[in-house]
Design a protein around this ligand. Structure first.
Ligand code: GLY
Length: 586
């Protein structure tokens, strides 16, 4: 159980001393001799590139604690992958509504001049069934896939971090977990935004889960300590990433789920993160490297960017975010979401026609359908490849580059705020509610209002469709942009808008992030969502209504963390909508 002390005058958190980091690095890994999990292997010896190609390493991260972690890791000689893994574990402690070890995500990497993609998305438990969230009349039971034991899918984060760090990291596994363990043990000072998120979650979980037992102490100004989580992370540090799936942590998860949820020890033992080919495309002189299925985000982002480029004459002379501009973008978005609904799912269950969906000729033909005279909703937008085949978004993103020119773009999630609200007893971390990213009943929208057909129904072992879009842009083989955001189905429309601001409108990074963002998707039809940060009001609102749109406020439209590299200089930038931090390490 966590321990929190409300002390407005408490001393600031002291980062882990470098001397301690070095000592841990030199320490022999403690390898458990008993048990069936794979013992911790030392990081593979790799020869670093001979010299730095950038002036500095840099991060754009969602909180200041993870920026301090990155500083320690780079100071200890770690690379971008070491920093990314250390950031991910730190956020599991200091950003517990979305940072996690009980969820999953995607990592896009560029290491030693090559692109990689790691899928550590959650999977449906073996006992999951297609209709598990339907009542006896065949209708989805509200909330069932969002709150409590039955909403939980098999977590992938720890295996993902273990895979990435073993393959590409330079430091010892224990070294990259050390900052997170320190924050869990000694605590961190809670910011007001985290208190608000915890209060919000507490209301929705009241009487349904054990959430408050663990997270009631998240009060602004308090030092929040998580001793059980510290023990869990220490076991993972000592015994390796498979401890989570095969050791004591697995036993704690499965014994709590027994008789309540579907997740079993077998599901955990069988879980493996998967290396996949990233989706790549050429656009505007850049090579885009982004997320493949089971994310819809990479394909969606490329479709948006290419169709907008095809429509250059129509966009010519239009002011950014004028009603005419928004009207054209909304029509492009209708087409992207129609394809998403029809074709996108787990690539290990279905053939997802990625190449066809990002094909230049196909997208040019789809862009041809977009016209300034379109009356919103008048002609239903259908998927473009024909009938070939039978997800507030508490996700978080961080971007990392190191001075050797490597980059990591990582988005991971618990899905809803603090996931399912179920906290693993005696282990101290929240479990996801990623099962809601499946379609409970074909054609019925999830919490993001997006729907899918058969391609995203529940089946044992299947991965739910995601929108997470960790992306890297290359120019002449070198990293030029690292970008991503939380936001569910708003993820790739947000990244699209920031990239458009940067490259089509030539804005500096801070302005590109601060500019107004809107969202539109196929359903509900004719709806333009605006955000509190930059509401759509006055003349613009009147013009959009005049075109036939309904305007709808939404609580959240992303928290983009990005790093642009200009020449040899990394420029990190954090979205002003959140508490993110951009930091450069010389
Ligand atoms: N749970 C949000 C996503 O995967 O896109």
């Amino acid at each position: 159980m966590p321990d929190s002390t409300h002390d407005a005058h408490c001393a600031p958190f002291v980062p882990l001393p470098l001397a301690l980091i070095r000592r841990l690095g030199a320490a022999t890994l403690v390898v458990a001799l008993a048990g069936s999990f794979v013992p911790a292997a030392p990081a593979l010896a790799r020869t670093p590139p001979p010299k730095a190609v950038l002036d500095a390493s840099a991060v754009a991260v969602p909180d200041r604690y993870s920026a301090d972690t990155a500083q320690q890791i780079f100071a200890a000689g770690g690379n971008a992958v070491d920093a990314a893994v250390a950031i991910a574990f730190t956020l599991a402690v200091t950003y517990p509504d979305a940072g996690n070890i009980g969820g999953g995500g995607f990592m896009t990497l560029y290491v030693d001049g090559k692109p990689y993609f790691l899928d550590y998305r959650e999977r449906a438990p073996q006992q999951a069934t297609r209709d598990m969230y339907l009542d006896d009349k065949g209708n989805p039971v509200p909330g069932m896939s969002l709150v409590g034991f039955r909403a939980v899918a098999v977590p992938g984060t720890v295996d993902g971090m273990w895979e990435a760090q073993r393959r590409f990291g330079k430091l010892k596994w224990k070294q990259v977990l050390a900052p997170a363990i320190k924050y869990a043990t000694d605590g961190f000072v809670v910011e007001p935004w985290l208190q608000k998120r915890a209060e919000y979650a507490s209301k929705s979980f009241a009487g349904k889960t054990n959430f408050s037992v663990y997270f009631a102490g998240l009060k602004a100004g308090a030092t929040f300590r998580q001793p059980e989580l510290a023990q869990t992370l220490s076991r993972i540090a000592s015994d390796g990433g498979r401890e989570f799936y095969e050791g004591k942590t697995a036993d704690l998860i499965s014994s709590q789920m027994y008789g309540h949820g579907l997740l079993s020890k077998t599901d955990l033992v069988q879980y493996k993160a998967v290396w996949r080919q990233p989706v790549t495309a050429d656009w505007n002189g850049y090579r885009i490297v982004t997320a493949p299925p089971p994310s819809s985000g990479g394909v969606g982002l490329i479709q948006l960017l290419k169709m907008k480029a095809d429509l250059k004459p129509a966009f010519a002379g239009l002011d950014l975010n004028s009603s005419a501009y928004i009207h054209l973008v909304a029509q492009i978005e209708d087409r992207v979401f129609a394809d998403r609904q029809q074709y996108m799912g787990d690539p290990d269950s279905y053939h997802v026609p990625v190449d066809k969906l990002i094909d230049d000729a196909y997208l040019a033909q789809r862009a041809d359908e977009v016209t300034p005279d379109e009356v919103p909703g008048a002609t239903p937008v259908k998927p473009g490849l024909g009938d070939s085949m039978p997800e507030r978004a508490e996700t978080t993103h961080f971007s990392v580059v190191d001075k050797w020119g490597n980059a990591v773009s990582n988005t991971y999630t618990l899905n809803g705020p603090f996931g399912s609200g179920v906290v693993v007893d005696n282990a101290g971390f929240a479990l996801n509610d990623e099962m809601d990213d499946f379609v409970a009943k074909a054609g019925t929208p999830n919490q993001f209002g997006v729907t899918s057909g058969d391609v995203n129904t529940i089946a044992p072992g299947r991965r739910p469709l995601s929108s997470m879009t960790p992306t890297i842009l290359l120019k002449d083989g070198k990293v030029s942009l690292v970008i991503g955001t939380p936001g569910g189905s708003r993820i790739f429309t947000s990244i699209f808008q920031v990239m458009t601001n940067l490259y089509d409108f030539g804005m500096p990074p801070a302005d590109a992030l601060a500019a107004m963002r809107f969202h539109h998707q196929l359903l509900p039809p004719k709806t333009i969502y605006w955000e509190p940060y930059h509401p759509i009001t006055g003349e613009l609102a009147g013009q959009l209504k005049g075109l036939g749109y309904t305007l709808e406020g939404q609580k959240f439209n992303g928290d983009v963390q990005m790093i642009r590299v200009e020449g040899t200089t990394p420029e990190p930038a954090a979205d002003p909508r959140g508490a993110g931090v951009g930091r450069v390490f010389h």
